[in-house]
Design a binder for this molecule. Structure first.
Ligand code: NAD
Length: 336
């Protein structure tokens, strides 16, 4: 197997714990990798960098084109701009892909959930353009461009075609945000009609859509969302299949791809050795598919599925009492 050079950002909070676990599992599954570790987030400042997203980190991802990333902490309010927003914009990682599936052995209200959230990753209310108009009055600018709306729609429909998905549902609020969400819809409609007429297409206003998601998530196949809706809906969807511990993600661009779980740095449990590393391991499996190492991915998927089905070694978020390393060891044993 060729040796892959993979950038790894351990991140903050539970990030080093879960990325460490994922690296071990990926290697035990048969991945031959040279890891290039770089810093981002609070850890970058602790290491003496002036920026939460050092140039060296961006250069490494540009050079090697693939990265496994732990979550990073973004302070609320004043201070540094979000690392994630900067990273996604600077590397043009325009498509966030979050597969949300019922996991074997993980009991939730629903069975047979199998949907994919596609989130536009570069604009919307994440433009970071906020102004104080006058003391006590502030604004935040929602940006939509035809280029980015068309690009994400095309990505979603292409993904649907490649993965034999049947239908895309766009979540929107174009009844209120007539121009921005209106443009998002226009672009999606056009891409579907002109390029992918065989993929089903549906539009739902986001408030009603959330109700429908909670009532019966199995009616959905793929969701296409602008940035903020995609962010919120991803966590909602995670809750339908067992929580943030089991939902992986990828941020895809034309030049690079960054794989990371949907969850954040979980400061409430950081350093306690109890975080579920599975979402990060699953993000690693998405990375393996991206690297055309599907066989390794399959082996790892079988290993963690066995651990889940046996139900003896589960982390607390899944109702067990195992720690991060116990769960990781259980997966490693199934790979041995
Ligand atoms: P969070 O996802 O970190 O945590 C939400 C809840 O889920 C917490 O109770 C946490 O303990 C639990 N949780 C999350 N991941 C878990 C895991 N793997 N195993 C077990 N439990 C888990 O969200 P938050 O608390 O709103 O955000 C914390 C920080 O993370 C913030 O600074 C936020 O900006 C950042 N964040 C970063 C990313 C990223 O880097 N991609 C994504 C989301 C949030």
């Amino acid at each position: 197997m060729p040796k892959h050079t993979i950038v790894v950002i351990p991140g903050d909070g539970i990030g080093p714990e879960v990325t460490g676990a994922a690296k071990r599992v990926l290697e035990a599954g048969g991945l031959s990798a040279e890891w290039v570790e770089v810093a981002a987030g609070a850890r970058a400042i602790e290491q003496g960098f002036e920026s939460v997203l050092p140039q060296q980190t961006l250069d490494a991802i540009r050079a090697h084109r693939v990265c496994l990333k732990g979550p990073v902490t973004t302070p609320i309010g004043q201070g540094f701009a979000s690392v994630n927003v900067q990273l996604r914009k600077k590397l043009n990682l325009y498509a966030a892909v979050r597969p949300v599936r019922s996991m074997p052995g993980v009991k939730t209200r629903y069975e047979n959930v199998d949907l994919v959230v596609i989130r536009e990753n570069t604009e919307g209310l994440y433009s970071g353009i906020e102004n104080e108009v006058t003391p006590g009055v502030v604004t935040s600018l929602k940006v939509a461009t035809e280029t980015a709306c068309t690009r994400i729609a095309r990505y979603g429909f292409r993904y649907a075609t490649q993965r034999q998905r049947k239908r895309i549902t766009v979540f929107h609020k174009a009844n209120i945000m007539k121009m921005t969400d209106g443009l998002f819809l226009q672009c999606a409609r056009r891409v579907q009609a002109e390029e992918y007429p065989s993929i089903g297409y549906e539009e739902l206003i986001i408030d009603a859509a959330c109700m429908k998601l909670v009532q019966d998530p199995t009616r959905f196949d793929m969701l296409l969302c602008e940035n903020l809706y995609g962010d919120v809906v991803s966590d909602l969807c995670a809750a339908l299949v067992g929580g943030l511990g089991v939902v992986p993600g990828a941020n895809i661009g034309d030049e690079a791809a960054v794989f990371e779980a949907v969850h954040g740095s979980a400061p409430d449990i950081a350093g306690q050795g109890i975080a579920n590393p599975l979402a990060c391991i699953m993000s690693g499996v998405m990375m393996l598919n991206h690297l055309h190492e599907e066989g390794v991915g399959e082996r790892i998927r079988n290993a963690y599925n066995k651990v889940l089905i046996e139900g003896q070694v589960l982390t607390r978020d899944l109702g067990g009492s195992a720690g991060t390393s116990e769960f990781t060891e259980a997966v490693l044993r199934r790979l041995a």
